[in-house]
Structures are given as C-alpha cells and as structure tokens.
Design a binder for this molecule. Structure first.
Ligand code: HEM
Length: 142
C-alpha cells in the first residue's frame, strides 16, 4: 500500500502537467490568468511548478527527509538513479582515460589502465546499484 505512494505522487504531478495552459488553478494563491500575457506567464510558471513538483513529491523543501523518502519509494526514481549512475561513471572514467592517454603511455600500460578503470567503474556501479536498491527497500518500509 505504502509502496504505491511515490507512484501516486508522480501521477499527480503528471496530471498537473496535462492541465497547464488550460487554467491557472495550479498556481496556488495566485489570480488565474486574465489576458494573453498572464496566460503565457501562468502556463510557463505552471510548467516549471509541475516539473519541479515531480522532484518534490511531499511538498516543502526538495531535500526535506519526507521528499528524500518519497522519491526513494518510487521505482521510477530508483531506476533513474541507477541509469544516471551508469552514465556518469562511464562519462567520468572514459574522460579520465582520455586525459591519461594524452600522456602517451606505453601500450601495455594503456591496456592495464583501461582494465583498472573498467574494474573501478563496474565495482562502483555494483556498489551504487546496491545502495540505490537498499535505499528503495528501506524507504518503502516507512
Ligand atoms: C551533466 C553533467 C555533465 C556534463 C553535461 C558534462 C559534459 C562534458 C563535456 C561536454 C565534456 C567534454 C569537454 C571537452 O572535451 O572539452 C566533458 C569531459 C569530461 N567530464 Fe564531464 N560532464 C558532466 C559531468 C561530469 C562528472 C560528474 C564528471 C566526474 C565525476 C565528469 C568528468 C569529466 C571528465 C574527466 C572529462 C574529460 C575532460 C577532458 O577530456 O579534458 N563530467 N564533460
């Protein structure tokens, strides 16, 4: 039951997204748009509100513990963390490899360096994936 909360909050944010531009109701505490300029501004701010709302499912400040937990409960966030981890590790370590290769090391050293970076990357990916998964499990208990 609790597990579905993150998904529910995400779908709420998506519903908010689909209503943008049609009304000003998403702008809590503001007047609805009256003319074209208001409407455009309301639509844009509403779009930003809804987009940021996806990262802020429990309201309040994005790094409030309630938000960290709510994002942790969401499978979509958990999968995204793991995909971003893989992309960032590949990018960072491949960039580092390019920098080190500019020093023109001997071919066997290049090969050893590549293997070390691959092992570091795979190791950190496994560790990070485990951490993201455990985080998801623990958040789902609360
Ligand atoms: C959204 C985030 C990021 C973007 C858009 C980004 C973009 C880029 C781009 C465009 C380059 C090529 C620069 C060039 O060739 O002149 C680059 C290189 C590099 N990036 Fe990133 N990067 C990001 C995050 C990171 C992170 C988090 C790390 C490390 C943990 C990192 C490590 C590196 C390294 C080591 C290079 C190679 C630098 C070089 O060849 O001189 N990047 N990045």
């Amino acid at each position: 039951m609790r597990k579905d909360r993150g998904a529910l909050l995400e779908s709420k944010a998506l519903v908010q997204l689909t209503t943008i531009g049609r009304s000003g109701r998403h702008l809590v505490g503001r007047e609805p748009p009256k003319d074209g300029r208001d409407y455009a501004a309301g639509g844009f701010e509403g779009l930003i509100d809804a987009l940021l709302g996806i990262f802020n499912p429990a309201g309040g400040h994005p790094i409030d513990w309630a938000n960290v937990v709510a994002r942790g409960q969401s499978m979509a966030f958990t999968v995204t963390y793991i995909l971003l981890l893989g992309a960032a590790l590949f990018h960072g370590l491949y960039g580092l490899r390019n920098i080190l290769f500019e020093l023109d090391p001997a071919p066997p050293l290049k090969k050893a360096l590549s293997w070390v970076l691959i092992l570091v990357g795979v190791g950190l990916f496994i560790f990070g994936t485990w951490a993201a998964w455990v985080g998801h499990q623990v958040a789902s208990l609360t």
